[in-house]
Design a protein around this ligand. Structure first.
Ligand SMILES: [Zn+2]
Length: 120
């Protein structure tokens, strides 16, 4: 049985939230979760929460709402939290954050489910 790691995830009134998304919120980059999936860890029985997030690449005040829109894949794993996205807390732009291996798995899963939908 796969168990979701609860590190870097928070339960809120509206459901599950990944900590890094809250960083985007506190920088006023208006994150919006478009989709999310549970991705199993490749090394043990755990799993991580991976979300596709649309947000502004700059704080709302400085942003051009259409030109500065970007998309990133946020993951709850330690690699993403401590290495890839550490700068999001401070002044790194979402578009320059690199993704972890779970983002790749996420994209594959998504492509598969989109295919499945096409054949319906
Ligand atoms: Zn990850």
């Amino acid at each position: 049985m796969t168990e979701l790691y609860s590190d870097h995830i928070e339960w809120t009134d509206t459901g599950l939230q990944i900590d890094r998304i809250q960083d985007l919120e506190s920088r006023d980059m208006r994150p919006e979760v478009k989709d999310c999936k549970i991705v199993p860890s490749s090394s043990d029985n755990g799993a991580y929460l991976v979300a596709k997030v649309e947000c502004l690449d700059k704080p709302f005040e400085e942003a051009d709402i259409t030109a500065d829109k970007t998309e990133l894949i946020v993951c709850s794993c330690p690699s993403f939290y401590f290495q890839k996205s550490a700068g999001l807390e401070a002044d790194t732009a979402p578009s320059s954050v690199s993704t972890c291996k779970h983002a790749t798995v996420y994209r594959e899963q998504k492509a598969r489910s989109d295919d499945a939908q096409d054949t319906l």
